[in-house]
Every structure is written in structure tokens, then in C-alpha cells.
Design a protein around this ligand. Structure first.
Ligand code: FEO
Length: 171
């Protein structure tokens, strides 16, 4: 059984994961319209992953005697200034998510809720990977600069970057 305090904190995280999914969906749609099909697929996939992050929280809440609440969501931006500002937004967003996960972990320790603490370790690892991936894309974009050919290649190869980051992860 989880405490009311943990239940509330986990439901705030449900909201953040749902917002993440919506933001990446908006980014996926914009990049698709702009003709970046590879980057668009990458972002659609990320949007789906965020939804899974949200679902895991809802299931955990419900299994532990709480109630996962489905939140209302603000409309994300639907236009972006370019691919690099878009990925900088992704990185900043993921850093924010990591901060919130860390706060949740801290609450669990203070409340001596070791079950939820254990559950959250998956999110701690996931955030390391998500931040690393966004940084990897931004590093490539810095190298590319204004070279349209470079951007074309990144669009073609972006899904392989994800595989490279996952392969480097300690499991
Ligand atoms: Fe589920 Fe990207 O945070």
C-alpha cells in the first residue's frame, strides 16, 4: 500500500510522462511535415516510449492500492525554429524529467517506501540513456553546422544512434 503523499507524487510523474509523449508527438508531426522522415520516425518512437513510461506508473499505482489519474494536457508547440533548437528542447526537457525522478526517489527514501524506491530505479537508468541520446544528437548537429548534406545523413541515420547509445549502456 502506498501513502497518499507517494500516490500524489507518482501521479504528478504520470502527468509529466504524458506531457513528454505529447511534446514529442508534436515534434514528430512538425518534422514529418518539414520532410525529415528519419527524425520524425525517431520522435514518433520516443513519443510511444513516453506513453509506456506513463502506463508503467499507472499500473504500479493501481497495483499498490493507489489510483493512477489520467491528466488533462496542455497543447504543445506545433512549430519549431529548426532541428537543433528542437533537440536542445528535448535535452532540456529530459534534464527536467531526471530532476523530477530524483525528487521522487528522495521522497521515497524519506517516507521509507523501499518498494516504490526500487520500482523507480528503472526510471533512473532510463533517464541516463535518454539524456545521453539527446546529447549525442546535439553533438552531431554541432558538427553538421549549416551543412545541408550533413543534416540529410543525420535524418537517414538517426535511428542507428539510438542503437549505439543502448549498446553502450551497462545493464
Ligand atoms: Fe520518460 Fe523521457 O522521460
Amino acid at each position: 500500500m502506498i501513502s497518499a503523499k507517494i500516490e500524489k507524487a507518482l501521479n504528478q510523474q504520470v502527468q509529466l510522462e504524458a506531457e513528454s509523449s505529447q511534446i514529442y508527438l508534436a515534434m514528430a508531426s512538425w518534422t514529418e511535415v518539414e520532410g525529415y522522415n528519419g527524425i520524425s520516425n525517431f520522435l514518433y518512437k520516443h513519443s510511444d516510449e513516453e506513453r509506456i513510461h506513463m502506463l508503467k506508473l499507472i499500473k504500479f499505482l493501481n497495483e499498490r492500492g493507489g489510483h493512477g489519474i489520467i491528466p488533462a494536457l496542455p497543447q504543445p508547440a506545433f512549430k519549431y525554429k529548426g532541428i537543433r533548437p528542437l533537440f536542445e528542447q528535448v535535452l532540456n526537457h529530459e534534464i527536467h524529467v531526471s530532476t523530477e525522478i530524483n525528487k521522487l526517489v528522495d521522497i521515497c527514501l524519506k517516507e521509507k517506501d523501499y518498494t516504490t524506491h526500487n520500482f523507480l530505479q528503472w526510471y533512473v537508468s532510463e533517464q541516463i540513456e535518454e539524456e545521453a541520446l539527446a546529447r549525442r544528437v546535439i553533438d552531431k548537429l554541432k558538427l553538421i553546422g549549416d551543412d545541408k548534406g550533413g543534416l540529410y545523413l543525420l535524418d537517414r541515420d538517426i535511428l542507428t544512434l539510438e542503437t549505439a547509445v543502448s549498446a553502450g549502456r551497462d545493464k
